[in-house]
Design a protein around this ligand. Sequence first.
Ligand code: ZN
Ligand code: ZN
Length: 130
Amino acid sequence: MTDRIVEAVFKCSLCGETAATVTLIPLDASHADVLQPGVATLVIADFIGRSREQVGGEREEPLRAALEEKNAAALYELERLWAPFYCPRCRQAYCIHHWTVVPNFDDEFPGFYDSSIGTCPQGHRRKVDD
Ligand SMILES: [Zn+2]
Ligand SMILES: [Zn+2]
């Protein structure tokens, strides 16, 4: 049996715009975004650019469940950077326009991008990109 592709669109709790579109492509799907045949791929789009990563087999089922429920908190619990749009302290999703994202540069190698720190509309800070 072939698992189907699950796409979850998370909305900003303030403006209703799309905060992110998160798509799980099962390991046996043929799809242009698949990184490696035989490994499930997660695509996170519409927040900061578009990122893809491989998902290990044991994480695929809980990830699928979180996306089917559109449960940003569960997604965040699985892997924080899979839900960069979610503030765990507000327990809300926000779109990129409502986050203030500041790039963080490596201390030892000035000029090298390290990660991004986001501040939610309520002033909570978290890492949103790495
Ligand atoms: Zn917050
Ligand atoms: Zn918004």
